[in-house]
Design a protein around this ligand. Structure first.
Ligand SMILES: Nc1nc2c(c(=O)[nH]1)N[C@H]1C(S)=C(S)[C@@H](COP(=O)(O)O)O[C@H]1N2
Ligand SMILES: [Mo]
Length: 256
């Protein structure tokens, strides 16, 4: 009887924590990603809180030399127009096919949500911002890593150009395949978070996310969304359901 009682109250406590994962370290917040009642996900929220509280915000990840560049496998979707891909989306795939056939000349990145100047940017628009090139290690949740050189515009610059509002909390990335994921403002404004259009000195190849992908260097590889077409800034966490990591069993925040 007694142990049953203890179990019940422990369960109550754990449930309370799971629905408000930041309790121990920072109080409740409607900006926490949902846990879908999965107790293991409780640890994710604590990890997120702890990293955000304890680690300096703009610590740069290590950058390498050209001689350190390795071959890098293309993982996940390698062509959004291919109906046999796991994450194929019919509408996105058709749009991608058309844009790719035109050399991405008609491709645009939409930016909307909590910004003063919503709008869209062509590749040339993005290339007219000051560029940044960085050689970094990509670490995939599957257990491999590789070093590559990425060139693009820091996301921070584009968000500033769009007039990001002070209330902004999350940046959501929409891809041409069935992928939609978000990061918080700390990662969005980090100097190494790039909207990359170049890789190893050339245009970003299709398999690696052409014409534009994000590089989120301080999280595992699956946060670096490829094949972007829209960025939406939100004040609250947006749950993309089947398109996002949580419902597929992955953590939303996976800092490294
Ligand atoms: N749109 C989209 N982005 C994605 C993926 C995907 O399937 N679709 N896979 C992710 C995963 S799991 C990894 S490890 C990296 C792989 O990037 P790469 O193909 O350039 O190696 O892209 C990430 N971004
Ligand atoms: Mo990955």
């Amino acid at each position: 009887m007694k142990s049953e009682h203890v179990l019940t109250s422990r369960r109550t406590i754990i449930t309370g924590l799971a629905s408000c994962g930041g309790l121990l370290l920072g109080g409740c917040s409607d900006t926490q990603p949902p846990t879908y009642g999965n107790l293991l996900r409780l640890a994710d929220n604590l990890t997120y809180r702890a990293q955000r509280l304890l680690l300096p915000r703009n610590t740069l990840v290590r950058e390498y030399d050209r001689g350190d560049i390795t071959s890098i496998a293309a993982i996940g979707t390698t062509n959004p127009a291919n109906p046999h891909e796991d994450l194929y989306d019919a509408a996105g795939g058709a749009a991608y096919d058309r844009l790719r056939n035109g050399g991405f000349a008609d491709w645009r990145l939409t930016i909307d949500g909590s910004v003063a100047r919503p709008g869209s940017y062509s590749l040339n628009d993005l290339k007219s911002f000051p560029a940044r090139t960085q050689i970094t290690k990509h670490t995939c949740e599957e257990g491999w890593s590789a070093i590559a050189e990425w060139t693009g515009v820091p996301l921070q610059r584009v968000l500033q150009a769009a007039g990001i509002l002070p209330s902004a909390r999350f940046v959501n990335f929409y891809a041409f395949d069935a992928t939609l994921d978000s990061i918080d403002m700390v990662d969005a404004l980090h100097p190494q978070t790039l909207l990359a259009y170049g890789m190893n000195g050339r245009d970003l190849p299709v398999a690696h996310g052409a014409p534009l992908r994000v590089r989120v260097e301080r999280q595992l590889g699956y946060k670096s969304i490829k094949f972007l077409h829209r960025i939406r800034v939100t004040e609250q966490f947006y749950d993309p359901g089947k398109l996002g990591p949580l419902q597929n069993g992955w953590a939303w925040y996976i800092g490294i």
